[in-house]
Ligand binder design. Structure first.
Ligand SMILES: Nc1ncnc2c1ncn2[C@@H]1O[C@H](COP(=O)(O)OP(=O)(O)OP(=O)(O)O)[C@@H](O)[C@H]1O
Ligand SMILES: [Mg+2]
Length: 247
């Protein structure tokens, strides 16, 4: 699955990623936590090829993806939910998902193939269902609620059929009720697919509730990893993070 080996990245004098190693198990759901500026998003940027790696290596199923182009890494099975709904703001949920599916199939030529068009309809419907967007299937993206826009981001990532799905604060900006709806949805789609999920989340109740394995970052370095039970009782974590008043 996803394996990160001694990864480091500096921005000027700041060591944003400090000798990070981790290995995600297939079909697992994992959380990446740490205070603001700990380097969580930077780690996602390194994994997806958005920024170049200084030192270390990344593998997906034993394929070395270190410093490959973003598009190549996506093709090899790592997808990320972005706030990209703006790009599709004038399209409906259905059409946005279809565009993502067609992009995955390399080329709009497929659109003129009847058989493919039929299979794309089916696939788009099933992705919308998986993402909890069946009711909004024909809604224009820009008219969706904040929560549904986030779900559309995830749906677009799912259209790429990833092995690994990276979610950077999927519940950001949501009220408590909407948060748990989102988490429930993420949990459901993780269970239904064979994906490995790594999510960044500040809400510890959510993290402890759904993550099988938790990685704790502080100043770019992993200071602890383990099950929710192990992390809750880890002295380093309590001192560095949980003790400082959780968000
Ligand atoms: N492109 C960049 N150029 C310069 N510095 C950067 C860049 N990206 C991140 N940093 C710095 O690297 C450090 C880690 O930032 P990062 O965004 O990864 O943290 P984070 O854990 O995601 O924080 P948050 O919880 O606030 O989202 C910070 O000091 C940040 O200022
Ligand atoms: Mg971040």
């Amino acid at each position: 699955m996803l394996k990160i080996d001694k990864l480091s990245k500096s921005f000027g004098g700041i060591l944003a990623t400090d000798n990070v190693s981790l290995e995600l198990k297939p079909n697992s759901i994992n959380a990446l936590i740490g205070p603001n500026g700990a380097g969580k998003t930077t780690l996602f940027n390194l994994i997806t090829g958005k920024i170049d790696i200084d030192e270390g290596q990344i593998f997906i199923d034993n394929t070395n993806i270190t410093n490959l182009k973003e598009s190549e890494i996506t093709h090899l099975g790592i997808a990320r939910a972005f706030q990209i709904t703006n790009i599709f703001s004038t399209l409906s949920v259905q059409d946005s998902i279809k565009v993502a599916l067609l992009a995955k199939q390399h080329g709009l030529n497929n659109m003129w193939n009847r058989f493919k068009a039929h299979s794309i309809n089916k696939e788009a419907e099933s992705i919308a269902k998986l993402s909890g967007l069946t009711k909004s299937y024909n809604t224009i993206s820009s008219a969706l609620s904040h929560g549904d826009q986030k779900l559309l981001d995830i749906a677009l990532a799912l259209a790429l059929k990833p092995k690994v799905l990276l979610l950077d604060e999927p519940t950001a900006g949501m009220g408590p009720e909407e948060r748990w709806k989102m988490i429930d949805r993420i949990q459901k789609l993780w269970k239904k697919t064979k994906m490995t999920v790594l999510f960044i989340e500040h809400d510890m109740d959510i993290v402890f509730d759904i993550a099988q394995n938790i990685y704790v970052l502080q100043q770019g370095a992993i200071i602890a990893e383990g099950t929710p039970k192990e992390i809750k009782s880890n002295k380093k974590v309590i001192k560095a993070y949980l003790g400082g008043g959780k968000k």
